[in-house]
Design a protein around this ligand. Structure first.
Ligand code: TYD
Length: 138
């Protein structure tokens, strides 16, 4: 559980450039991202100025991609805070478990794809930042 911001990182994905249009892919066997994909969800139609997230997961790991448009992911491991800007569909951000994450500064008409290492479980969420800090220190 002792993950830190050093475990989070931008991962470049294969990009097959083609005059007919580019193609990027991810295989779910740990080949491109460091976990087996159990779930995918996407966020879209975000009104200007809105924020998503604002929580941490106890076990779930994620890979976040700006399929179109752009937004910022703010990560906090309880010691330091870092902002990653996502704005291309051929790279994404790996977010380990037990790191606080918030998505903000969405452009209009953006689509965010999130690949997750676990099925959805409300019990895996820590939604209170002070509670997160407390669990982080345990
Ligand atoms: P949530 O992860 O809480 O998003 P945010 O932190 O941006 O508010 O998800 C919002 C709602 O969607 C919440 O009621 C749970 C539900 N949800 C699912 O049912 N399955 C999922 O895979 C996800 C990600 C969310």
């Amino acid at each position: 559980m002792k993950t830190t911001l050093a475990d989070a990182r931008i991962i470049n994905l294969p990009k097959i450039s083609d005059p007919r249009g580019n193609l990027t892919f991810i295989e779910g066997n740990g080949r491109h991202i460091p976990f087996d994909i159990k779930r995918a969800y996407w966020i879209y139609d975000v009104p200007g100025g809105e924020k998503r997230g604002g929580h941490a997961y106890r076990t779930n790991e994620e890979f976040i991609i700006a399929l179109s448009g752009s937004f910022d992911v703010v990560l906090d491991d309880g010691t330091e805070r870092k902002t990653f800007s996502l704005n291309r569909s051929y790279f994404g951000l790996y977010v380990p478990n037990m790191v606080w994450r918030q998505l903000e500064n969405f452009s209009t008409n953006g689509v965010t794809l999130i690949l997750a290492s676990t099925a959805y479980s409300p019990d895996d969420y820590i939604r209170d930042f002070d509670a997160f800090l407390k669990e982080k220190r345990q």
